[in-house]
Design a protein around this ligand. Structure first.
Ligand code: ADP
Ligand code: MG
Length: 291
């Protein structure tokens, strides 16, 4: 009997830390003994680099363009601790629909029953920023992923992208779409940044999976072409990624988020702008309590 594969998708604004977080999550889950596939869905095709000493792999779309038809095994490469690495790839820049690449790549592997053959425990889709076109919503819309997580900092544009993602999830939630597991708060270094994220998840009926600080350990590991889990397993940062992996592993119930509409989001941002200003002029300390 085939076991249940846990399929999750990671979304978030470009450059926010999706691939970094996803690769460390894959590495940590793999260290826990799970069989993991990381499926890069960004046309940049660099999702799995730090699992493979900083190297690029040929993408599913590249292989299809070169050869016409592809045996799914040819698109799968092994990375750290045997993690299966796949990159969907994208069309030549400026032509075609990048989202379609995801559909094509996922169906290729599914048709050939590769996930079952490899007896995977986890498939982690590293998707991308806004759900800007139907293609990128595929992992949500078609129930490919069961749980969606979003990486966000406390910056407004990152929260704006997360809120848009919530709108996408809400839209497909009645037709078997994926639901939201939670927010992975990245680059959180100051107490007020944590408070901003906490307030956003409270307003949208979601939760924080882990708070990940901005850390030079991550920079150093990336420059060495590795995840922090591999390059610096005893660091505090690696411990935080392991804690994230444990929280995601234990997570079972995802929810339909309640996104803010544009007016609400603007009002929410204005409130926080006032709070930050108050911190700056010293009316309140950074924990938000009046001095
Ligand atoms: P995305 O996949 O969302 O486009 P990346 O994972 O490629 O973003 O991250 C963008 C940059 O930010 C990378 O150089 C990465 O090393 C850095 N980064 C991400 N998270 C952290 C962190 N917690 N601490 C330090 N640097 C980080
Ligand atoms: Mg990326």
């Amino acid at each position: 009997m085939s076991k249940k594969i846990k399929q999750i998708a990671i979304y978030g604004k470009g450059g926010i830390g999706k691939s970094t977080t996803t690769s460390n999550l894959s590495a940590a889950l793999s260290d826990m003994g799970y069989k993991v596939m990381q499926f890069g869905c960004d046309p940049k095709a660099d999702s799995t680099n730090t699992l493979r000493d900083g190297t690029y792999i040929p993408t599913v779309l590249d292989l299809l363009r070169e050869k016409g038809s592809v045996d799914a095994h040819e698109a799968v490469f092994r990375g750290y601790n045997g993690i299966y690495c796949v990159e969907a790839g994208g069309p030549a820049p400026g032509v075609g629909c990048a989202g379609r690449g995801i559909t094509t790549a996922v169906s290729l592997l599914k048709q050939q029953k590769l996930f079952e053959e490899l007896e995977l425990d986890y498939v982690i889709y590293d998707v991308l920023g806004d759900v800007v076109c139907g293609g990128f919503a595929v992992p949500i819309r078609e129930g490919i992923a069961e749980h969606v997580f979003t990486v966000s900092s406390s910056d407004f544009m990152a929260i704006y992208a997360a809120n848009n993602l919530f709108k996408g999830i809400q839209k497909y939630s009645n037709s078997g779409g994926a639901l939201l597991g939670g927010v992975i708060a990245n680059s959180i270094t100051q107490p007020i940044q944590r408070k901003i994220i906490d307030n956003f998840v409270e307003r949208t009926g979601t939760k924080v999976m882990e708070y990940i600080p901005r850390s030079l350990t991550v920079t150093k590991s990336e420059l060495a072409g590795k995840t922090t889990i591999e390059a610096d397993p005893n660091s505090e940062q690696a411990g935080i990624y392991r804690s994230l992996a444990k929280n995601i592993d234990e997570h079972t119930q995802s929810v339909t988020p309640t996104p803010l509409n544009l007016e609400e989001l603007k009002a929410w941002a204005a409130e926080w702008s006032d709070q930050i200003m108050a911190v700056e002029v010293g009316e309140v300390n950074s924990k938000g309590a009046a001095i």
